[in-house]
Write a protein that binds this ligand. Structure first.
Ligand code: NAD
Ligand code: IPM
Ligand code: MN
Length: 365
């Protein structure tokens, strides 16, 4: 088989630590299936600002565009927090998503049985939760114009615009209905149509697209209620479709059902033929960066999503996911998911434990 080209963007904070752990495991899983992965590292975020002055340098864009998939850790940090917007690490990430037109962000929140007690919610509430959040990623208030600062009535104001076109809502809706078809066939569209025109259009278009998916049961929920229901009765949800900012917030919230933000992977899919971006939901965790405390499993699971959705290597994905569960079964936990009776390990050691489980499974087969 031909080698798969992967752009690796380790970014900032805990990024380099989790990337290290992830690549060792990913390489071993691919080798076990006789697949060759070629990694090209590139700069993004604060690391890119320090080296080039630009959070998404042209060289990085070129490397990403000519790869089969982009594997990203995380960006951001205190050091760059007071720079103007265009020079912030976050802008690099937004430009990356935009330049690849990675409009569909799939954020699964699955409660693994091993971690049902790691959640701050009761076991009976979270046990068996399996939600797919489909978040629109290259539109909405993150990108809407006009935006900026100006002087109004003698004081400064800051403003943004939440805007979606029919075609933008239609394409994300189709991805969500397709995802729902492969899952529990229930889709909940989350918006704020009791107040916002952008949400009224959203709801209309989703309802129209639903006619093409008669097997999917569509429901509508306001974002404030959805935020509440996600905690009250998360098992109500199967697939959720929502806009950029609501999806950002709901996915962090959903992470606490699973035990930790350090467990949540994501895939950002573009149109066919273009590379997708595979990244953990979490950020650069500057509070624990450089301390070997980070949980690398969200990134390992993101690499699994990359193999499944981006590279057509479902068997490599299965190996990665099985090795993660085996490491948890063996009782290893990073601090964020630590439970009584388990062995606490750091980032590097968690990577090694997952690798051992992978090799054990390979030796058995
Ligand atoms: P964060 O996700 O970085 O951290 C939130 C909390 O979760 C912190 O206490 C952190 O220690 C913990 N955490 C996150 N990932 C973890 C992991 N893998 N293992 C263990 N604990 C983990 O969010 P924040 O603190 O709000 O933001 C920090 C920086 O990251 C900011 O600059 C922000 O803009 C950026 N950010 C980047 C991304 C991304 O790259 N996709 C996502 C979110 C935030
Ligand atoms: C995420 C992050 C990003 C977002 C930021 C860092 C731009 O929070 O990936 O969830 O808001 O999309
Ligand atoms: Mn976020």
């Amino acid at each position: 088989a031909a080698a798969h080209k992967i752009a690796v963007l380790s970014g900032d904070g805990i990024g380099p630590e989790i990337t290290d752990a992830c690549l060792k495991v990913l390489t071993a899983a691919a080798r076990a299936e006789g697949e060759e992965l070629v990694y090209t590292e590139a700069l993004i975020g604060g690391a890119a600002i320090d080296a080039t002055g630009d959070p998404y340098p042209a060289e990085t864009e070129q490397i990403c565009k000519s790869s089969d998939a982009v594997l990203l850790a995380c960006i951001g940090g205190y050091k760059w927090d007071s720079l103007p917007n265009a020079q912030r690490p976050e802008k690099g990430l937004l430009r990356l998503r935009s330049s690849l037109n990675a409009f569909a962000n799939l954020r699964p929140a699955v409660v693994l049985p091993q971690l049902a007690d790691a959640s701050t919610l009761k076991r009976e509430v979270v046990e068996g939760v399996d939600i797919m959040i489909v978040r629109e990623l290259v539109g909405g208030i993150y990108f809407g114009e006009p935006r900026g600062f100006e002087e109004r009535n003698g004081e400064r104001v800051g403003f943004n615009t939440d805007v979606y076109s029919e075609s933008e809502v239609e394409r994300i809706s189709r991805v969500a209905f397709e995802a729902a078809m492969k899952r529990g066939k229930r889709l909940c569209s989350v918006e704020k149509s009791n107040v916002l025109e952008v949400s009224q259009l959203w709801k209309e278009v989703v309802t129209r697209v639903a006619e093409d998916y008669p097997e999917v049961e569509l429901s509508h929920m306001y974002i404030d209620n959805a935020a509440m229901q996600l905690i009250r009765n998360p098992k109500y949800f199967d697939t959720i479709v929502t806009g950029n900012i609501f999806g950002d917030i709901l996915s962090d919230e959903a992470s606490m059902l699973t035990g930790s933000l350090g467990m949540l992977p994501s895939a950002s899919i573009s149109e066919p033929g273009k590379p997708g971006i595979y990244e953990p939901v979490h950020g650069s965790a500057p509070d624990i960066a450089g301390e070997d405390k980070a949980n690398p499993l969200a990134m390992v699971l993101s690499a699994a999503m990359m193999c499944r959705y981006g590279l057509g290597l479902p068997r490599v994905a299965q190996r990665l996911e099985a090795a993660v569960t085996a490491a948890l079964d063996a009782g290893y936990r990073t601090g964020d998911i630590m439970q009584p009776g388990c062995s606490q390990v750091g980032c590097r050691q968690m990577g090694e434990v997952v690798l051992q489980q992978l090799e054990k499974a390979f030796a058995k087969a």
